[in-house]
Design a protein around this ligand. Structure first.
Ligand code: FAD
Ligand code: AMP
Length: 483
């Protein structure tokens, strides 16, 4: 292994490993420093996303959703399954197997792309030197023409609710319980809190989410957020807004949670407490003072539109820089930076960033909300369609939710799409593509959608924006022409 590289990436999550692979594809001699040690005590690539984030949470969401459907909806379809059981250790083991296969897959991709994986902790020194401390404490320095920092993020901890081995946990801890707790408290009704709350609710836990803010999912379109709140409440998620957690006390294998709301201070006892109050950029010890890389006041690495830091030849991508903390955002930044280092013109269209909450129903959106259009004084029109009117949704027995699209009246362009409903995460892709291609609403309306599919809901919403939806009554029906 030589000590000089064209590119060294620090961090092998979805931002870093993708940057490394793209750099190698473009002919650059590339190394990636990654320190992760997984549950089995083995070094692993893939970062938060593959090890304790996107993938394991979705594995549990899939399994528990099937269990919930089998428990509640099979009978309606004439399906009897006898005595339905849930083997939680097996569900967790399946999740772990998926994680191992995918993280192992990244290691194979590194091999086939001839990327050196430098196992251990990386630190950027002056002049693009990177010091790597391996898992046995040995130090070695490497030189690079370009360094990409992709050290990601870690859960925010609250001093008032210190983590314990198994009772007060962060998002990673809540992916590993081997038995169904009777009562679970989640601090924070954000995306991660709702997803993890849903997992354990579906297994039968009583789940209470305590959220300091008065608004539910304030970043989501108001009508969609309202529908989500109503639906989650029906599922038994006890979401209490305007409720701030003050402290937790672990005693006799349970946890007392003290919180305050409009009615004063209260204490409730739970079997488990999940602290899901957001994530912070991880830069602890990553950039030495002599590297001269600047951070902003929130601890994020300062970068320009193309992820270049203030130091020439040093870039930063993913959760460690501004923008939404999303795996696909980091990956696209990784591709952009690798291409720009290679002299190409990589770019990321931050205006067209898909967002998904993988609850059931899923919530998904791209582009502007109505509230943002109002703030910016954009003249827009809404087209919407409820899944209750979709033949396919009826056949699936999954009719909750709606599609809402926003049309720019001045040029017929799609300003945003907001969905809550079955497979919303997959349905969103066509709106993302439409926005990326600058499609007009007429283009979507003109596109043939297979029948019966859920995607017809997007088609109908596009038709609806122009007052010509077929399967719901339009607001304005013109007067009949007399014969
Ligand atoms: P990370 O994935 O955090 O990777 C950073 C890597 O850098 C880590 O492996 C770390 O070990 C390594 N590292 C840090 N410092 C050093 C160092 N000094 N030396 C060597 N290595 C170092 N996003 C989505 O888009 N979709 C989802 O469905 C989704 N679900 C999520 C569910 C949960 C429960 C959580 C917690 C997160 C979820 N996210 C999801 C967010 C997503 O995981 C992150 O946005 C994404 O992982 C960020 O990628 P990254 O590469 O920037 O950082
Ligand atoms: P997100 O950033 O989407 O993961 O959401 C985290 C949520 O946790 C935010 O909506 C915060 O308002 C909420 N939060 C942070 N601290 C507290 C607290 N002490 N009590 C209740 N909710 C909190």
């Amino acid at each position: 292994m030589s000590d000089n590289y064209d590119v060294i990436v620090i961090g092998g999550g979805p931002a870093g490993y993708v940057a490394a692979i793209r750099a190698a594809q473009l002919g650059m001699k590339t190394a990636c420093v990654e320190k992760w040690i997984n549950k089995q005590d083995d070094p692993a690539l893939g970062g938060t996303c593959l090890n304790v984030g996107c993938i394991p949470s979705k594995a549990l969401l899939e399994a528990t959703e099937l269990y919930s459907v089998a428990s509640h909806d099979f009978a309606d379809m004439g399906i009897g399954v006898g005595n339905l059981t849930l083997d939680v250790p097996k569900m967790i083991a399946r999740k772990d197997k998926i994680v191992r296969e995918l993280t192992g897959g990244i290691a194979s991709l590194f091999k086939s792309n001839k990327i050196d994986w430098l196992q251990g902790n990386g630190q950027l020194l002056a002049d693009r030197q990177v010091k790597v401390t391996d898992h046995d404490g040995n130090e070695k320095s490497y030189a690079a023409e370009n360094v990409i920092i992709a050290t990601g993020s870690v859960p925010i901890e609250l001093k008032a609710t210190p983590l314990t081995d198994d009772i007060v946990v962060d998002s990673a801890g809540a992916l590993d319980w081997e038995a169904v707790p009777d009562r679970v408290c989640v601090i924070g009704a954000g995306i991660i809190g709702l997803e993890l709350g849903s997992v354990w609710r579906r297994t039968g836990s009583e789940v209470v989410l305590l959220e300091a803010q008065d608004a539910f999912l304030p970043m989501v379109d108001k009508a969609i957020a309202k529908e989500a709140q109503r639906t989650f409440a029906k599922q038994g998620l006890d979401i209490r807004l305007g409720t701030r957690v003050m402290k937790s006390d672990v005693r006799k294998g349970k946890v007392d949670v003290t919180f305050s709301d409009g009615d004063g201070e209260h204490v409730e006892t739970f079997d488990k407490l999940i602290v899901a109050v957001g994530r912070r950029a991880f830069t602890d010890g990553v950039v030495s003072d002599e590297s001269e890389v600047q951070l902003d006041e929130r601890g994020l690495i300062n970068v320009d539109d193309h992820c270049a830091t203030n130091v020439p030849g040093v870039y930063a991508i993913g959760d460690v820089v501004r923008g939404p903390m999303l795996a696909h955002k980091g990956s696209e930044e990784g591709v952009m930076v690798a291409e720009r280092i290679a002299g190409e013109h990589g770019s990321v269209n931050y205006d067209v960033m898909p967002n998904v909450i993988y609850t059931h129903p899923e919530v998904a959106w791209v582009g502007k909300t109505e509230e943002e259009c109002d703030e910016e004084g954009i003249d827009y029109q809404v087209g919407s369609f409820p899944f209750a009117a979709s033949g396919r949704a009826k056949a699936k027995g999954d009719t909750g939710g709606l599609v809402k699209i926003l049309r720019d009246r001045s040029n017929d362009r799609l300003l945003g799409a907001h969905l809550i409903g079955p497979s919303a995460s997959e349905l969103l892709a066509q709106s993302v593509l439409a926005m990326e291609f600058d499609a007009t609403i007429e283009d979507i309306a003109h596109t043939i959608h297979a029948h019966p599919t859920l995607s017809e809901a997007i088609h109908e919403a596009a038709l609806g924006a122009d007052g010509r939806a077929i399967h719901i009554a339009n607001r304005k029906v013109p007067a009949r022409k007399s014969a």
